[in-house]
Design a protein around this ligand. Structure first.
Ligand SMILES: [Zn+2]
Length: 421
């Protein structure tokens, strides 16, 4: 009998404190739906589901013909499953980590280094930068997903400097004037002015930040009580301050675009783009790496000098940060989120309930399939029995395997991570 090349996975749960609690978490819902023995505890956070081979969360294979194996171990012994190009380009390893995130409290203000900087940081400080790889990442919303991404247009930042005296106090009049004078000049001048403003904020003394924040929070709370809170940013500042009192990252909302992704919308975070996830559920795919440079809204290690030096100081409107998928010309059910990096592509497959049978394309790459909605049975030429799929099921599909899905009554929503070289 041929060895199995398509099989279900049991994936690793991460219960970080920032995760949504109990059955409000999409991660918890997916686990409870796919595993009848899984019990959701309402007071526990369910932050991340890891679908991949990362050593801190290597998926377990659910196939009695492959006992006690993790996906990472199996791929190491069956490298052809990656597909020849992926095997060659990524030294016999799965190049991506696929996740579901359920965020309740903000994750740090951060950016990820490009390859050259990752190598340098890893050489200089391996305790903080555990590998030499870059970490581009993409988030696709499952529920309305709130985040911060990229620098706002300069005009907006100047408006906050004029309206929020506590913010101006930390930036200082000189840096603020430099930013004002850069308006209408070339990107180099604007970028330099923005960098000096942002660095001034991030390097402010802790005590000064705490004092200005408490003034600002006091003022906004009074406005809130009187029903006259100025705009959405006041609300957001109070929300972040409740989560991270006294943290300089609260002021970052005046520099970075707030963005709410609607279900199916995505943002791609290329190297050096400042961002933070604030609240909501998403699927996320990233290159296999742990390299994150942080500067606020976190109890973790901060590296302000590195972050300020590495960022892309390219201002622009928040909507420009949305990453649009490409609709497949051959398959009306298939949309591709294909970022400009080799490490991963995410496919979104939405099959209407009127379809009885749907064929998943054979790819030149190993892939991981997540069922977000619906039920089906999967069959492949190499498997003697069908594999039942329901919300929360995760399937590993070796390269060049085609899988046919027989749908139950309702439609299907699937996400599939792969590597299209
Ligand atoms: Zn990130």
């Amino acid at each position: 009998m041929a060895a199995p090349r398509v099989f279900p996975l049991a994936c690793a749960l991460q219960q970080y404190a920032w995760g949504k609690k109990g059955s409000g978490s999409e991660v918890a819902q997916l686990l409870a739906s796919s595993d009848p023995l899984f019990v959701i505890e309402e007071d526990k956070p369910y932050a991340e589901l890891w679908m991949g081979t990362h050593p801190r969360g290597d998926a377990r294979i659910l196939d009695s013909r492959l006992p006690q194996k993790t996906l990472g171990q199996w791929i190491a012994e069956n490298q052809d499953s990656l597909g020849p190009k992926v095997k060659e380009a990524f030294q016999g390893r799965l190049p991506f980590l696929f996740k579901v995130l359920s965020v309740d409290t903000a994750l740090s203000i951060q950016a990820h280094p490009d390859k050259a900087l990752a190598e340098k940081l890893h050489r200089q400080a391996p305790q903080h930068y555990p590998d030499a790889n870059h970490k581009p990442e993409m988030a696709i919303a499952l529920t309305p997903f709130q985040g911060l991404c990229g620098f706002r247009p300069v005009e907006e930042i100047l408006t906050f400097l004029a309206k929020v005296p506590e913010f101006l106090f930390l930036i200082g009049d000189d840096a603020a004037a430099q930013l004002r004078q850069s308006l209408g000049q070339g990107p180099r001048v604007v970028g330099a002015a923005l960098q000096s403003c942002f660095s001034r904020l991030m390097r402010s003394e802790k005590a000064a930040v705490a004092r200005q924040l408490s003034l600002l929070v006091g003022r906004l709370s009074q406005q809130g009580a009187a029903g006259s809170l100025e705009d959405a940013c006041g609300e957001l500042l109070l929300q972040l301050h409740r989560q991270y009192p006294g943290d300089v990252g609260c002021f970052a909302i005046y520099f970075l675009n707030p963005l709410t992704l609607q279900p199916g919308e995505a943002m791609f975070l290329e190297a050096n783009v400042p961002h933070a996830y604030l609240r909501g559920d998403c699927v996320e795919c990233m290159a296999c790496s742990d390299n994150t440079v942080r500067a606020g809204l976190t109890p973790k290690f901060l590296d302000v000098p590195t972050l300020c030096a590495m960022l892309s100081y390219t201002p622009g409107p928040g909507r420009d940060r949305l990453f649009a998928p490409t609709q497949s010309a051959q398959d009306p059910c298939l949309a591709l989120f294909d970022p400009p990096v080799p490490d991963f592509t995410v496919m979104k497959v939405e099959v209407p309930g009127s379809v009885e049978e749907y064929q998943l394309l054979a790819l030149d790459s190993a892939s991981i399939l997540l069922v977000v909605q619906g039920m089906a049975t999967a069959s492949t030429p190499s498997a003697p029995e069908v594999i039942p799929l329901r919300k929360g099921s995760v399937l590993f599909i070796s390269a060049r395997e085609s899988v046919s899905l027989r749908l139950a009554a309702e439609g299907l929503l699937l996400f599939r991570a792969c590597c299209l070289l």
